[in-house]
Design a protein around this ligand. Structure first.
Ligand SMILES: [Zn+2]
Length: 220
């Protein structure tokens, strides 16, 4: 019964407070395509969670928590709906045909099944086509963009590979991600330290087993 009352009061408050000013694009987002985040709606939901676990959202330690958590989600999900390939805005004609490997790109993301973090490292390799490469930082930005939304590791790996494959029309792309999932470490099966590895191949690395073996030797 109390929960129903809380929902009503929260909804009522939102109606009063919600105005264009409370709906704004992420200030943290550098990408202009970033989605609007409804801060007030998240704050209301957090307040209800606090009440649901038996806490008093008005006590000193929690009074600002709903707003703080809302802004955190704004930051963690700012790239929702953004095409990561849009990050590869600059390309250079360098005439190189050699393999480009960027290892140990650290990231953290949010598991969409439990809303808890998973974090780890992404390793990316691509084989340029007609000597066209992109800035190394752009590859790291693609990883960052795909991480800043609700994710599963398997899809994140695919999204990074597709963004690079599409963005610079590489002959081949390989993405290798290893990560620890808090939903496995701190709840459920409780296996801290377990690492999940996902790999995705595009183009030549998908078609040619020999080339796949070669690229993997650089990433492992
Ligand atoms: Zn999970």
């Amino acid at each position: 019964m109390e929960a129903t009352v809380s929902i009503l009061s929260c909804a009522k408050r939102r109606k009063v407070e919600e105005s264009p000013a409370t709906k704004f694009s992420s200030e943290i987002a550098e990408n202009s395509l970033a989605r609007e985040v409804d801060i007030q709606k998240i704050a209301c939901a957090v307040e209800m969670i606090l009440e649901a676990v038996g806490e008093d959202p008005r006590r000193a330690g929690l009074i600002d928590t709903p707003q703080r958590v809302a802004r955190m989600y704004q930051e963690l999900c700012y790239s929702t709906g953004v095409d990561a390939a849009s990050e590869i805005s600059c390309k250079f004609q360098e005439g190189t045909e050699g393999l480009v490997v960027i290892k140990d790109i650290e990231f953290n993301s949010l598991c969409e099944h439990h809303l808890v973090p998973f974090m780890g490292k992404a390793h990316v390799a691509y084989l340029p086509s007609h000597g066209v490469i992109t800035g190394l930082s752009k590859i790291a930005r693609v990883v960052e963009l795909t991480a800043r939304r609700l994710q599963v590791q398997e899809r994140m790996t695919e999204e990074i590979a597709d963004a690079i494959f599409k963005g610079i029309e590489a002959q081949g792309v390989c993405v290798w991600i290893e990560a620890e999932h808090m939903c496995m470490s701190m709840r459920g099966i409780k296996k801290p330290g377990a690492r999940t590895v996902t790999t995705v191949f595009r183009g030549l690395f998908k078609e040619d087993p020999q080339m796949r073996a070669e690229v993997l030797s650089h990433l492992k």
